[in-house]
Design a binder for this molecule. Structure first.
Ligand code: PAF
Length: 282
């Protein structure tokens, strides 16, 4: 496995590649990331993974400094998985000057749900992903980028960005990997205590229950949805969670649905000091 620190090194390593298959990550790799790498491998002629903890997508009070950094273990996993090129820029490599030119994501998708509770998050993500795409794919006629569906809204923002900027890329979504209690795998699960980890599967259970209720509402979906969402939020609150939102949305654009729309249920809630997100396509 070749390791590139700078954009120039990365481009040298990829000079003869025609269709890189790229998985961007912030490291602390778990089985969910590794499934994305396996999904990417047959989709291109070089498998590229990036590890970069992107300051731009963290709010000042969030966990940028304490975000888990597990370089040795990550490298071993990627080598074992057959990753061809690991791009691991230092901050000074990717942002040698303050990144004052940024990608502003469409507020219609970026200021709702996660974006309401983490203002600026999707512009931070879009900006770094655009820069990573330019680093990996510049000069290539085509490429593939794989993102986990666990960050459902992020995947949708990136799809829209790629479409609107006409980037010659295919964006592919990877299914969420789960622990035995249905907890979606996430680097932030490492913050949970033992009892919290057991409780954490309840977020997925709450999304399933809300999903069933939404499907059961039939033609009355739009009218009944606010009450259904509120009772799902209450059900988690009484278990000690602090939910930000549990919401049923139209899959195509994450707006409030009408009866007959394809649906997705999305949720974010804090358990102790750990904020977890999850979703479920109905
Ligand atoms: O999903 C993530 O890990 C990050 O948001 C990403 C896409 C690597 C951008 O920093």
């Amino acid at each position: 496995m070749l390791i590139a620190r700078t954009i120039d090194e990365l481009r040298q390593h990829l000079a003869s590649a025609q269709c890189p298959a790229f998985v961007p990550t912030m490291g602390n790799l778990h089985a969910g990331h590794m499934a994305l790498v396996q999904q990417a491998k047959p989709l291109g002629d070089r498998t590229v993974v990036s590890i970069f903890v992107n300051r731009l997508q963290f709010l000042p009070q969030e966990d940028f400094e304490s975000y888990p950094r597990t370089w040795e273990a990550d490298c071993a996993k990627l080598k074992e998985a057959g990753c061809d090129v690991l791009f691991a820029p230092r901050e000074s490599d990717l942002y040698p000057q303050p990144q004052t030119f940024t990608v502003q994501a469409d507020p219609a998708i970026a200021n709702i749900l996660e974006g309401e509770f983490r203002p600026g998050f999707f512009s931070g993500v879009s900006t770094v992903v655009m820069k990573l795409f330019i680093s990996v794919f510049a000069g290539k006629a085509r490429g593939v980028a794989v993102f986990g569906k666990k960050d459902y809204q992020q995947l949708m923002v990136i799809r829209q960005m790629v479409r609107q900027f006409a980037l010659p890329l295919e964006v592919v979504g990877g299914e969420t990997c789960r622990a035995e209690n249905n907890l979606a795998l996430s680097s932030r699960n490492g913050y949970l205590s033992g009892p919290e980890r057991m409780e954490a599967g309840q977020l997925s259970m709450a999304l399933q229950a809300l999903g069933r209720a939404a499907l059961g509402a039939g033609d009355a979906l739009a009218a009944r949805l606010p009450a259904l969402e509120e009772s799902a939020i209450q059900a988690l609150r009484v278990r000690g969670w602090q939910p930000d939102y549990l919401s049923v949305r139209r899959r195509s654009d994450l707006q409030v649905p009408q009866a007959g729309d394809a649906l997705v249920v999305l949720g974010a809630a804090r358990l102790g000091s750990t904020r977890l997100i999850d979703n479920l396509e109905l």
